[in-house]
Design a protein around this ligand. Structure first.
Ligand code: ACO
Length: 401
């Protein structure tokens, strides 16, 4: 049989594929995407069914462990997550050191690898690995709510094990001893749906980062932190914040959609239509379809008439009818409408990527876990095509020999 690694060593053959457009990095059983047909499945289940028939806890179990839990497994998973939700006070102290107006992702991404300082574990003990997974699922929403409360200057809040995952996050974030915060079932349902829709998306930039960093066999918390940093960028999860800022800017500028479409088409302008385009989806992003439908429902149930939703719809329609976007198969992605729902929930724009990170946590964990269990795992170590100087003589301009 042909031994590729020997052949490479002998010939120096390297595949150069910037952005990994055609390069597979792994075999995976977690998420299936057909970008041409707009199909997304978690563990074989169509995303539409997962949204209709499960909640986020059930989805997280499915994505991480590969099958739906039975009632006992579900109850235990939910209770274990709640039991491991209290972050160590050392982590709260870290938050105190940050400026009050720091970007929420700066806080969350910094605190993640520090979890290993408080919860070290033995990577060879599956029970301890499972506990690290529970700690992440339990503590990340609490830490995220603390980020918000720090922004507001509010005291920190603690989990209520009687609430669902989404309800607990909303309560953690918004309730104060004096504001008589009441959970709205429509908002809880909408958040649960958004979390499910973000749960995994195969080898995107952040999942690939988790795998790359994790391939060095670093601990789970550090690998997840790598995913979180990667998510922060505006071309990935940071796009949800940028979409809302863009819509706001267009609105304040008189709602001149044509002007911004022209700018987006002009490569020199540096402006892109945020929330548009995707490396894999070339027809439509099924998540965007689902979110758009729910944005309408949630806003009308809440009695909110957000002009940005109408603007987003007009912008989408205009872009879809524009040959530039049609030729390049650029459609709204998951980030295009999600921010409008987050805004309706009272979540500030700078927190949007944090919301994405809470949802994506099961996916990152599943990608890491699948990789760790793969007997063919090797450290991720891409090659390069060197284009620099050939060997040259060194004559120092500083030191005389
Ligand atoms: N606005 C205007 N033009 C665009 C856009 C956009 N949003 N997206 C792509 N294009 C154009 C490119 O300029 C390029 O044109 P060309 O062929 O004339 O040079 C062509 O479409 C292909 O674009 P690439 O950047 O090569 O596509 P790639 O697959 O590398 O990037 C990405 C995909 C990053 C999503 C890109 O479409 C983009 O920047 N979108 C805006 C940011 C965004 O919404 N990100 C969220 C993605 S979803 C997620 O991560 C959760």
């Amino acid at each position: 049989a042909l031994d590729i690694s020997k052949l490479r060593a002998q010939t120096g053959m390297i595949t150069l594929d910037p952005g990994y457009v055609n390069t597979g990095s792994c075999e995976s059983n977690i998420t299936f995407i057909d970008g041409e047909k707009g199909i997304l499945r978690y563990r074989g289940y169509p995303i539409e069914d997962v949204c209709d028939k499960t909640d986020f806890i059930e989805t997280a179990y499915l994505v991480i462990y590969g099958r739906l839990p039975d009632q006992n497994e579900y109850d235990k998973f939910r209770d274990d997550i709640a039991e491991h939700s209290l972050p160590h006070k050392g982590l709260a102290k870290m938050f105190e050191a940050f400026p009050k107006d720091a970007h929420p992702m700066a806080l969350l991404a910094s605190v993640l690898p520090s979890m290993y300082a408080y919860y070290p574990y033995d990577e060879n003990d599956p029970e301890q690995v499972d506990k690290a997974i529970l700690r992440l699922l339990g503590k990340v929403p609490v830490l995220a709510s603390w980020v918000y409360r720090k922004l507001r200057g509010w005291p920190l809040n603690y989990s209520n094990p009687d609430l669902s995952y989404a309800a607990n996050f909303l309560n953690l974030t918004f309730s104060t001893p004096s504001n008589r915060f009441k959970l709205d079932p429509d908002i809880v349902k909408a958040l649960d749906l958004l979390l499910i829709l973000h749960a995994d998306h195969e080898q995107n930039c952040s999942a690939a980062s988790v795998r790359m960093v994790g391939s060095s066999q670093v601990n789970l918390y550090a690998a997840i932190a790598a995913g979180m940093c990667s998510l922060w960028g505006p071309l990935h999860g940071g796009a949800n914040q940028k979409v809302l800022e863009m819509l706001d800017m267009i609105q304040r500028d008189g709602g001149d959609i044509d002007k911004y479409l022209e700018l987006a088409k002009d490569k020199e302008s540096g402006f892109r239509l945020m929330g548009f385009g995707h490396r894999v989806y070339k027809n439509f992003d099924p998540r965007a379809h689902i979110i758009k439908k729910h944005a309408d429902r949630v806003l009308s149930k809440l009695g909110i008439n957000d002009p940005l939703l109408n603007l987003a719809k007009k912008l989408e329609e205009a872009a879809l009818n524009d040959p530039y976007f049609a030729e390049r198969k650029l459609y709204p992605n998951v980030d295009f409408y999600s921010g409008i729902i987050y805004k309706a929930m009272g979540i500030p724009t700078e927190m949007f990527t944090v919301m994405f990170a809470i949802g994506r946590l099961p996916g990152w964990i599943a990608q890491w876990r699948e990789m760790q269990r793969d007997p063919s795992l090797r450290i991720g170590r891409p090659r390069q095509v060197y284009q620099g100087e050939t060997e040259r003589e060194l004559s120092s301009r500083v030191k005389n020999h």
